[in-house]
Design a protein around this ligand. Structure first.
Ligand code: ZN
Length: 493
C-alpha cells in the first residue's frame, strides 16, 4: 500500500536500479544513527558519517564486505531497524551509499524499506567541463563532482588547455603563467584580461575530492591544434614564429604546433611528465581535434619532417604527432585518449593500439575505432551528448552551435546498432561534454548540464529509454531543488 506519506524507493531513486523490492515500513535517519564497516570500507564509512550527518560506532548502518559481488555492484537492504550496504569494492559500496543519500535527501531522512541489487551497465560514465573558454572555480568543480558521482558518474574529464588559455601549472616554463593563462578581453577597450591558471594545490584538491567520490580525473592537454595560448607564450613552437595572441574569439585557428621543430617534442615531453606527476589517475587526454593543416603545407620544417619520415600527405603529420605524444604518455605509465580526428591520416601509419578514441563527430569515429580494435568513449554531438548545445531549437534558449534535446539524451545508447560483438566490447561507455564559449558562470553551466547529465547517467547505468526517463523529469527537478542546481524545465523535444 502506498499513501502519499510513504513514497516507494523506486519512485525516489535515479538512476533507476536494476532490481528493487519494496518492503513494509521505513528507517528514520537521525544524528544518533551509527555507522560501522568491514575493513575495506573504513574510510568510506567516515565519508558516509560526514555526508549523512551520522556518527561512527554501532551498526545501525553497516558496510559489509561481500567479495563475490562484481566490481561496482552493491546490495542495499533497508529495514525498520538497520541499513546494510554489501559490496566487493569501495566503488560498489560508494554506489550503495549514494542510494541511501538520495533516499534521505528526497524524503526528509525517512528511508522506505526496500531491497536493492544494482550495478552499472558501462564502466565509463563521464562528463567534461571546459575550464579554458571560461574559468570555473574549484568549489564549483567539486560541487559538480559531488552531484555527478551521486548519480553514478565516475569520470571527470577536465579540459585545461586551448586557444583561449593554458590552465595547468608547468614548472620551468614561466610564460605559460605570465602570458598563456590570460587573454585580453576584446570587447572592452580598457585592456582588461580574463583567466588564470589553477594552482597545484587546487588540482590536488579536485583530485582528492573526486577520489573520495570514486571518480577518476582525466586532464586534457590539447595537441596539435587549439594551441594559440601556448604559441602566444612560446612563438617558436609555431610554424611561422608568430606573433600569436591568446585568443579571445571562438573557432578553429590555423596556428598549430610545428611538426618539424624538435623543440616542440621536447616541450611536450616535459609537459606530459609533469602532468603525469600532477594527476594520479591512469589517463591523459591529448586532444587531437580540429587541427587545420594549412601551416604545415607552407612550413619548410614541416615539409622536411614529412620527407625524413616518408610521409606522403600533411594529414599524416597529425598521426605522426599523435604517435609521438602517445609514446610520451606511455613512457610515464599512463594511457592516452584522443578525439576522433586522431584517426585521420592513419591509413598507412596506424595508431598506437592502446589509444582510446573519443567519438564526438557523431558515432562514425567510434565505430571505425572499435572495428580497428581501439577502446572507445562515445560522446556524439549528434545524439544529445553535447551539453553546450541548446535544449530546444529556439533562439530564446541559451546554448551554442546545435541542439541536444532531453529526448535525445534520454534515448541515447553508447553502442551503435550495427556493431558486431567484438567491436561492441570495445565501447567503454560515454561522456557528456560542456564546452563553455558562451557559458560565463556556474549557474549557466548548471542550466545546460541539468537534467541532461542525470538522463545520461541513467542511460549509462541502466538504460531505460525515453518514455520511462522522461516520466521522471519531475523527480529530477526535485533533485535539482534539493542540490541547489539551476536546471532547464522546458519541453523535452
Ligand atoms: Zn611547421
Amino acid at each position: 500500500m502506498n499513501t502519499h506519506q510513504s513514497p516507494r524507493a523506486l519512485d525516489l531513486l535515479f538512476p533507476t536500479p536494476l532490481h528493487i523490492e519494496e518492503r513494509e515500513g521505513s528507517y528514520r535517519l537521525h544524528h544518533t544513527t551509527t555507522i560501522a564497516a568491514s575493513p575495506p570500507f573504513e574510510t568510506l564509512a567516515d565519508t558516509a558519517a560526514q555526508l549523512l550527518g551520522c556518527k561512527r560506532g554501532g551498526e545501525d548502518i553497516l558496510f559489509k564486505h561481500e567479495p563475490n559481488l562484481e566490481d561496482e555492484e552493491y546490495r542495499l537492504t533497508i529495514s525498520k531497524v538497520q541499513i546494510v550496504v554489501a559490496a566487493a569494492t569501495v566503488r560498489g559500496a560508494f554506489h550503495g551509499l549514494s542510494a541511501v543519500r538520495k533516499l534521505a535527501l528526497l524524503n526528509d531522512n525517512i528511508l522506505p524499506a526496500c531491497k536493492v541489487s544494482d550495478k552499472p551497465a558501462f564502466v565509463w560514465r563521464g562528463f567534461m567541463l571546459d575550464c579554458v573558454r571560461h574559468f570555473f572555480s574549484v568549489d564549483f568543480i567539486i560541487k559538480l563532482i559531488d552531484v555527478a558521482s551521486l548519480f553514478g558518474m565516475n569520470r571527470f574529464h577536465w579540459h585545461l588547455t586551448d586557444d583561449q588559455g593554458w590552465r595547468i601549472p608547468i614548472d620551468g616554463w614561466p610564460r605559460l603563467k605570465e602570458v598563456a593563462s590570460k587573454r585580453t578581453e576584446l570587447q572592452y577597450l580598457d585592456g582588461r584580461t580574463y583567466g588564470r591558471m589553477y594552482t597545484k594545490e587546487e588540482i590536488a584538491r579536485v583530485q582528492q575530492h573526486a577520489h573520495s567520490r570514486q571518480m577518476l580525473v582525466i586532464p586534457e592537454v590539447e595537441t596539435p591544434g587549439h594551441v594559440s595560448a601556448l604559441l602566444a607564450a612560446y612563438p617558436e613552437f609555431g610554424c611561422s614564429g608568430g606573433p600569436y595572441e591568446v585568443q579571445d574569439r571562438w573557432g578553429i585557428f590555423d596556428e598549430v604546433l610545428c611538426a618539424g621543430n624538435d623543440a616542440v617534442l621536447d616541450f611536450f615531453d616535459d609537459v606530459i611528465a609533469q602532468v603525469a606527476a600532477l594527476f594520479s589517475d591512469p589517463y591523459i587526454h591529448i586532444g587531437g581535434d580540429e587541427c587545420p593543416q594549412a601551416e604545415w603545407e607552407r612550413c619548410p620544417k614541416c615539409q622536411e619532417r614529412m620527407k625524413k619520415e616518408g610521409l606522403s600527405a600533411e594529414r599524416q603529420l597529425q598521426s605522426w604527432l599523435t604517435s609521438k605524444i602517445s609514446a610520451m604518455v606511455h613512457a610515464r605509465g599512463k594511457r592516452p585518449i584522443g578525439w576522433d580526428e586522431v584517426l585521420d591520416g592513419t591509413e598507412e601509419m596506424g595508431l598506437p593500439q592502446d589509444l582510446i578514441v573519443q567519438s564526438w563527430q557523431g558515432v562514425r569515429g567510434g565505430i571505425e575505432a572499435s572495428r580497428r580494435g581501439h577502446q572507445v568513449i562515445m560522446s556524439p554531438n549528434t545524439q544529445g551528448c553535447y551539453f553546450d548545445y541548446r535544449h530546444l531549437d529556439s533562439a530564446e534558449e541559451m546554448g551554442n552551435l546545435g541542439v541536444s534535446t532531453l529526448h535525445q539524451v534520454a534515448s541515447f545508447t553508447p553502442i551503435p546498432a550495427d556493431l558486431d560483438e567484438d567491436a561492441k566490447r570495445m565501447v567503454l561507455g560515454a561522456q557528456g561534454n560542456l564546452w563553455t564559449e558562451r557559458v560565463l558562470s556556474s549557474r549557466q553551466a548548471e542550466y545546460l548540464l541539468f537534467p541532461r547529465l542525470f538522463l545520461l547517467a541513467q542511460q549509462l547505468w541502466n538504460p531505460q529509454g525515453p518514455e520511462k526517463n522522461l516520466a521522471k523529469l519531475d523527480l529530477l527537478e526535485r533533485y535539482c531543488a534539493h542540490l541547489d542546481l539551476s536546471c532547464y524545465r522546458g519541453r523535452s523535444k
